[in-house]
Write a new protein. Structure first.
Length: 350
Protein backbone atom coordinates (compact mmCIF):
# COMPACT_ATOMS: atom_id res chain seq x y z
CA UNK A 1 0.00 0.00 0.00
CA UNK A 2 1.25 3.44 -0.89
CA UNK A 3 0.08 6.85 0.15
CA UNK A 4 1.47 10.34 -0.12
CA UNK A 5 2.94 11.96 2.96
CA UNK A 6 0.71 14.67 4.39
CA UNK A 7 1.64 17.61 6.59
CA UNK A 8 4.62 17.65 8.88
CA UNK A 9 4.19 14.14 10.28
CA UNK A 10 6.10 11.20 8.98
CA UNK A 11 4.50 8.48 11.13
CA UNK A 12 2.97 6.95 8.00
CA UNK A 13 6.39 6.46 6.40
CA UNK A 14 7.62 4.06 9.07
CA UNK A 15 4.16 2.52 9.34
CA UNK A 16 4.16 1.68 5.63
CA UNK A 17 7.58 0.10 5.90
CA UNK A 18 6.43 -2.01 8.78
CA UNK A 19 3.20 -3.07 7.06
CA UNK A 20 5.15 -4.07 3.94
CA UNK A 21 7.77 -6.11 5.78
CA UNK A 22 5.69 -7.74 8.51
CA UNK A 23 2.98 -10.35 8.38
CA UNK A 24 0.02 -8.62 9.98
CA UNK A 25 -1.85 -11.87 10.36
CA UNK A 26 0.58 -12.81 13.10
CA UNK A 27 -0.61 -9.76 15.04
CA UNK A 28 2.89 -9.27 16.42
CA UNK A 29 3.89 -5.96 17.93
CA UNK A 30 5.85 -3.72 15.56
CA UNK A 31 9.60 -3.47 15.97
CA UNK A 32 11.99 -0.71 15.01
CA UNK A 33 13.62 -0.90 11.61
CA UNK A 34 17.33 -0.06 11.23
CA UNK A 35 16.43 3.29 9.68
CA UNK A 36 14.29 4.06 12.74
CA UNK A 37 17.40 3.90 14.93
CA UNK A 38 19.02 6.55 12.74
CA UNK A 39 15.89 8.70 12.92
CA UNK A 40 15.73 8.30 16.69
CA UNK A 41 19.37 9.35 17.08
CA UNK A 42 18.84 12.44 14.93
CA UNK A 43 15.71 13.41 16.83
CA UNK A 44 17.43 13.08 20.19
CA UNK A 45 20.35 15.22 18.98
CA UNK A 46 17.99 17.92 17.72
CA UNK A 47 16.09 17.82 21.01
CA UNK A 48 19.24 18.02 23.16
CA UNK A 49 20.65 20.94 21.17
CA UNK A 50 17.46 22.81 20.36
CA UNK A 51 15.56 22.73 23.66
CA UNK A 52 18.19 24.36 25.94
CA UNK A 53 19.09 27.06 23.41
CA UNK A 54 15.42 27.93 22.88
CA UNK A 55 14.76 28.06 26.63
CA UNK A 56 17.78 30.33 27.09
CA UNK A 57 16.58 32.52 24.22
CA UNK A 58 13.13 32.80 25.81
CA UNK A 59 14.59 33.89 29.17
CA UNK A 60 16.93 36.46 27.62
CA UNK A 61 14.27 37.93 25.33
CA UNK A 62 11.90 38.30 28.29
CA UNK A 63 14.60 40.07 30.32
CA UNK A 64 15.40 42.29 27.36
CA UNK A 65 11.74 43.28 27.00
CA UNK A 66 11.68 44.36 30.65
CA UNK A 67 14.42 46.85 29.79
CA UNK A 68 13.27 48.07 26.37
CA UNK A 69 10.16 46.68 24.67
CA UNK A 70 10.20 46.92 20.87
CA UNK A 71 8.07 45.45 18.09
CA UNK A 72 10.94 43.31 16.80
CA UNK A 73 11.52 41.82 20.26
CA UNK A 74 7.83 40.95 20.46
CA UNK A 75 8.08 39.17 17.11
CA UNK A 76 11.21 37.34 18.25
CA UNK A 77 9.38 36.22 21.39
CA UNK A 78 6.51 34.72 19.40
CA UNK A 79 8.93 33.02 17.00
CA UNK A 80 10.80 31.62 19.99
CA UNK A 81 7.54 30.29 21.46
CA UNK A 82 6.77 28.51 18.19
CA UNK A 83 10.29 27.03 18.14
CA UNK A 84 9.83 25.81 21.71
CA UNK A 85 6.54 24.19 20.70
CA UNK A 86 8.31 22.37 17.86
CA UNK A 87 11.04 21.15 20.22
CA UNK A 88 8.85 20.11 23.14
CA UNK A 89 5.65 18.93 21.44
CA UNK A 90 6.69 17.69 18.01
CA UNK A 91 10.24 16.49 18.61
CA UNK A 92 9.39 15.10 22.04
CA UNK A 93 6.43 13.09 20.75
CA UNK A 94 8.47 11.82 17.80
CA UNK A 95 11.14 10.50 20.16
CA UNK A 96 8.53 8.68 22.26
CA UNK A 97 6.92 7.16 19.17
CA UNK A 98 10.25 6.05 17.70
CA UNK A 99 11.06 4.31 21.00
CA UNK A 100 7.71 2.51 21.31
CA UNK A 101 6.96 2.22 17.54
CA UNK A 102 3.27 2.05 18.39
CA UNK A 103 0.48 4.24 19.74
CA UNK A 104 -0.20 3.73 23.44
CA UNK A 105 -2.80 6.36 24.13
CA UNK A 106 -6.40 7.24 23.33
CA UNK A 107 -7.98 8.29 20.05
CA UNK A 108 -8.70 11.76 21.47
CA UNK A 109 -5.04 12.29 22.34
CA UNK A 110 -4.04 11.10 18.85
CA UNK A 111 -6.21 13.80 17.28
CA UNK A 112 -5.08 16.45 19.79
CA UNK A 113 -1.41 15.69 19.26
CA UNK A 114 -1.75 15.92 15.48
CA UNK A 115 -3.56 19.23 15.92
CA UNK A 116 -0.66 20.51 18.04
CA UNK A 117 1.87 19.27 15.47
CA UNK A 118 0.13 21.25 12.74
CA UNK A 119 -0.21 24.28 15.03
CA UNK A 120 3.54 24.29 15.78
CA UNK A 121 4.59 24.58 12.17
CA UNK A 122 1.69 26.81 11.13
CA UNK A 123 2.42 29.47 13.74
CA UNK A 124 6.15 29.29 12.98
CA UNK A 125 5.45 30.02 9.30
CA UNK A 126 2.93 32.75 10.13
CA UNK A 127 5.31 34.57 12.50
CA UNK A 128 7.99 34.60 9.78
CA UNK A 129 5.46 36.31 7.51
CA UNK A 130 4.68 38.78 10.34
CA UNK A 131 8.39 39.61 10.62
CA UNK A 132 8.56 40.26 6.88
CA UNK A 133 5.48 42.50 7.04
CA UNK A 134 6.93 44.34 10.04
CA UNK A 135 10.14 45.13 8.19
CA UNK A 136 8.18 46.25 5.15
CA UNK A 137 5.67 48.47 6.98
CA UNK A 138 8.26 49.98 9.34
CA UNK A 139 9.79 51.81 6.39
CA UNK A 140 6.57 53.69 5.70
CA UNK A 141 4.38 53.76 8.80
CA UNK A 142 5.78 51.95 11.86
CA UNK A 143 2.99 50.99 14.24
CA UNK A 144 3.15 48.86 17.37
CA UNK A 145 -0.58 48.26 17.10
CA UNK A 146 -0.19 46.80 13.60
CA UNK A 147 2.39 44.30 14.86
CA UNK A 148 0.03 43.11 17.61
CA UNK A 149 -2.81 42.78 15.10
CA UNK A 150 -0.74 40.71 12.66
CA UNK A 151 0.46 38.43 15.47
CA UNK A 152 -3.11 37.92 16.68
CA UNK A 153 -4.22 37.07 13.15
CA UNK A 154 -1.25 34.72 12.79
CA UNK A 155 -2.31 32.69 15.83
CA UNK A 156 -5.98 32.68 14.85
CA UNK A 157 -5.14 31.53 11.31
CA UNK A 158 -2.80 28.83 12.64
CA UNK A 159 -5.50 27.48 14.94
CA UNK A 160 -8.17 27.52 12.23
CA UNK A 161 -5.97 25.74 9.67
CA UNK A 162 -4.98 23.12 12.25
CA UNK A 163 -8.52 22.19 13.30
CA UNK A 164 -9.06 19.76 10.34
CA UNK A 165 -6.45 17.48 11.92
CA UNK A 166 -9.14 16.35 14.38
CA UNK A 167 -11.03 14.80 11.45
CA UNK A 168 -7.94 13.57 9.60
CA UNK A 169 -6.29 11.30 12.17
CA UNK A 170 -7.54 8.29 14.11
CA UNK A 171 -6.25 5.31 16.07
CA UNK A 172 -6.02 2.22 13.84
CA UNK A 173 -5.85 -1.45 14.83
CA UNK A 174 -4.58 -3.59 11.91
CA UNK A 175 -6.54 -6.66 13.02
CA UNK A 176 -9.08 -7.56 15.68
CA UNK A 177 -6.61 -9.95 17.28
CA UNK A 178 -3.80 -7.39 17.28
CA UNK A 179 -2.79 -6.00 20.65
CA UNK A 180 -1.28 -2.78 19.32
CA UNK A 181 -2.49 0.39 17.61
CA UNK A 182 -1.15 3.22 15.48
CA UNK A 183 -2.15 6.85 15.11
CA UNK A 184 -2.67 7.12 11.34
CA UNK A 185 -4.68 9.10 8.83
CA UNK A 186 -8.28 8.09 8.20
CA UNK A 187 -7.44 7.27 4.57
CA UNK A 188 -4.79 4.79 5.62
CA UNK A 189 -7.13 3.25 8.17
CA UNK A 190 -9.83 2.76 5.52
CA UNK A 191 -7.26 1.31 3.09
CA UNK A 192 -8.15 3.59 0.23
CA UNK A 193 -5.92 3.42 -2.84
CA UNK A 194 -6.53 7.04 -3.78
CA UNK A 195 -4.03 9.84 -3.89
CA UNK A 196 -5.62 12.10 -1.28
CA UNK A 197 -4.36 15.32 0.22
CA UNK A 198 -5.52 17.04 3.39
CA UNK A 199 -5.51 20.78 4.10
CA UNK A 200 -1.78 20.82 4.93
CA UNK A 201 -0.92 20.23 1.27
CA UNK A 202 -2.60 23.50 0.39
CA UNK A 203 -0.83 25.12 3.32
CA UNK A 204 2.55 23.98 1.95
CA UNK A 205 1.81 25.78 -1.32
CA UNK A 206 0.92 28.91 0.65
CA UNK A 207 4.14 28.62 2.67
CA UNK A 208 6.21 28.35 -0.50
CA UNK A 209 4.52 31.41 -1.97
CA UNK A 210 4.82 33.49 1.20
CA UNK A 211 8.47 32.53 1.62
CA UNK A 212 9.25 33.77 -1.90
CA UNK A 213 7.19 36.95 -1.47
CA UNK A 214 8.77 37.62 1.93
CA UNK A 215 12.25 37.27 0.45
CA UNK A 216 11.44 39.82 -2.24
CA UNK A 217 9.94 42.13 0.36
CA UNK A 218 13.08 41.96 2.47
CA UNK A 219 15.27 42.83 -0.50
CA UNK A 220 13.11 45.88 -1.09
CA UNK A 221 13.15 46.75 2.61
CA UNK A 222 16.94 46.56 2.72
CA UNK A 223 17.20 48.88 -0.26
CA UNK A 224 14.74 51.37 1.25
CA UNK A 225 16.49 51.16 4.61
CA UNK A 226 19.82 52.02 2.99
CA UNK A 227 18.26 55.03 1.28
CA UNK A 228 16.68 56.08 4.57
CA UNK A 229 20.02 55.82 6.37
CA UNK A 230 21.68 57.99 3.74
CA UNK A 231 18.87 60.51 4.02
CA UNK A 232 19.22 60.61 7.80
CA UNK A 233 22.96 61.02 7.46
CA UNK A 234 22.47 64.04 5.20
CA UNK A 235 19.96 65.47 7.67
CA UNK A 236 22.38 65.07 10.56
CA UNK A 237 25.17 66.63 8.51
CA UNK A 238 22.94 69.62 7.72
CA UNK A 239 22.01 69.93 11.39
CA UNK A 240 25.66 69.85 12.41
CA UNK A 241 26.46 72.49 9.80
CA UNK A 242 23.72 74.73 11.18
CA UNK A 243 24.97 74.07 14.68
CA UNK A 244 28.48 75.15 13.65
CA UNK A 245 27.08 78.34 12.16
CA UNK A 246 25.18 79.05 15.35
CA UNK A 247 28.27 78.32 17.38
CA UNK A 248 30.31 80.81 15.37
CA UNK A 249 27.60 83.44 15.80
CA UNK A 250 27.47 82.88 19.54
CA UNK A 251 31.24 83.00 19.78
CA UNK A 252 31.15 86.47 18.25
CA UNK A 253 28.46 87.65 20.62
CA UNK A 254 30.04 85.98 23.67
CA UNK A 255 33.79 85.73 23.01
CA UNK A 256 34.58 84.37 26.47
CA UNK A 257 32.08 81.50 26.25
CA UNK A 258 33.76 78.04 26.40
CA UNK A 259 33.49 75.77 23.35
CA UNK A 260 33.97 72.45 25.13
CA UNK A 261 30.23 71.85 25.55
CA UNK A 262 29.57 72.41 21.84
CA UNK A 263 32.20 69.87 20.82
CA UNK A 264 30.80 67.39 23.31
CA UNK A 265 27.31 67.93 21.90
CA UNK A 266 28.54 67.27 18.35
CA UNK A 267 30.21 64.03 19.40
CA UNK A 268 27.07 62.95 21.25
CA UNK A 269 24.89 63.59 18.19
CA UNK A 270 27.24 61.65 15.93
CA UNK A 271 27.45 58.78 18.41
CA UNK A 272 23.66 58.65 18.81
CA UNK A 273 23.18 58.63 15.03
CA UNK A 274 25.70 55.81 14.61
CA UNK A 275 23.93 53.73 17.26
CA UNK A 276 20.55 54.20 15.54
CA UNK A 277 21.94 53.27 12.13
CA UNK A 278 23.75 50.24 13.59
CA UNK A 279 20.61 49.00 15.34
CA UNK A 280 18.56 49.35 12.16
CA UNK A 281 21.14 47.46 10.16
CA UNK A 282 21.26 44.70 12.79
CA UNK A 283 17.46 44.47 12.76
CA UNK A 284 17.37 44.16 8.97
CA UNK A 285 20.20 41.63 9.01
CA UNK A 286 18.50 39.52 11.69
CA UNK A 287 15.17 39.49 9.87
CA UNK A 288 16.82 38.72 6.56
CA UNK A 289 18.75 35.79 8.06
CA UNK A 290 15.55 34.42 9.61
CA UNK A 291 13.84 34.52 6.21
CA UNK A 292 16.80 32.93 4.40
CA UNK A 293 17.05 30.17 7.01
CA UNK A 294 13.33 29.49 6.79
CA UNK A 295 13.46 29.25 2.99
CA UNK A 296 16.56 27.02 3.08
CA UNK A 297 14.95 24.61 5.56
CA UNK A 298 11.46 24.50 4.08
CA UNK A 299 12.08 24.89 0.35
CA UNK A 300 13.41 21.34 -0.27
CA UNK A 301 10.32 19.85 1.40
CA UNK A 302 7.95 22.07 -0.56
CA UNK A 303 9.73 21.49 -3.88
CA UNK A 304 9.53 17.74 -3.34
CA UNK A 305 5.83 18.01 -2.51
CA UNK A 306 5.12 20.14 -5.60
CA UNK A 307 7.05 17.62 -7.68
CA UNK A 308 4.61 14.99 -6.39
CA UNK A 309 1.72 16.98 -7.86
CA UNK A 310 3.42 16.89 -11.27
CA UNK A 311 4.92 13.39 -11.30
CA UNK A 312 2.94 11.20 -8.93
CA UNK A 313 4.55 7.91 -9.98
CA UNK A 314 8.14 8.85 -9.16
CA UNK A 315 6.98 10.80 -6.11
CA UNK A 316 5.51 7.63 -4.57
CA UNK A 317 8.71 5.80 -5.39
CA UNK A 318 10.85 8.17 -3.31
CA UNK A 319 8.52 9.77 -0.78
CA UNK A 320 8.89 7.33 2.13
CA UNK A 321 12.67 7.84 2.17
CA UNK A 322 13.07 11.49 1.18
CA UNK A 323 10.19 12.99 3.17
CA UNK A 324 11.42 11.35 6.35
CA UNK A 325 14.75 13.16 6.32
CA UNK A 326 13.43 16.41 4.87
CA UNK A 327 11.34 16.65 8.04
CA UNK A 328 14.56 16.79 10.06
CA UNK A 329 15.62 19.81 8.04
CA UNK A 330 12.36 21.51 9.01
CA UNK A 331 12.93 20.74 12.69
CA UNK A 332 16.49 22.04 12.35
CA UNK A 333 15.00 25.44 11.48
CA UNK A 334 13.77 25.74 15.07
CA UNK A 335 17.27 24.87 16.31
CA UNK A 336 19.01 27.44 14.10
CA UNK A 337 16.64 30.37 14.76
CA UNK A 338 17.85 31.16 18.32
CA UNK A 339 21.43 31.46 17.10
CA UNK A 340 20.21 34.22 14.77
CA UNK A 341 17.98 36.33 17.02
CA UNK A 342 19.62 35.60 20.40
CA UNK A 343 21.88 38.51 21.51
CA UNK A 344 25.52 37.47 21.73
CA UNK A 345 26.37 39.70 24.69
CA UNK A 346 24.24 40.50 27.70
CA UNK A 347 25.02 44.17 27.17
CA UNK A 348 23.02 43.97 23.95
CA UNK A 349 19.84 43.03 25.76
CA UNK A 350 18.93 46.66 26.43
Amino acid sequence: MEKSETGQDFHISAMLKFMNRTNIDQADRPTRLPVDNIRLTLMILLFIIGTPINVMAFVRIRRSMQCVKTQLKLLKLHLNISDLMVMLIYTGSQIVWLITVEWRSSNAFCKTLKFLHALCFSISSNVIVCIALHRFTSIFSPSAQLTKITLTLAWILAIITSIPQFATWTVYQPKDTASWHQCVSVWFAKEHQLYMQNYTDFQNIIVTSTAYISRRMFCECERLNTQLSLSQHRTVSTSLSNANSSKRLLSRLIPLSPTGNSKSCEKHQLSHHCIIVRRKRNAVRTCLLLIITYVACWLPYNIFFLWGLIDEHHYHKWNSTVITFLNYLIVANSVINPFIYLPIRKTMLC
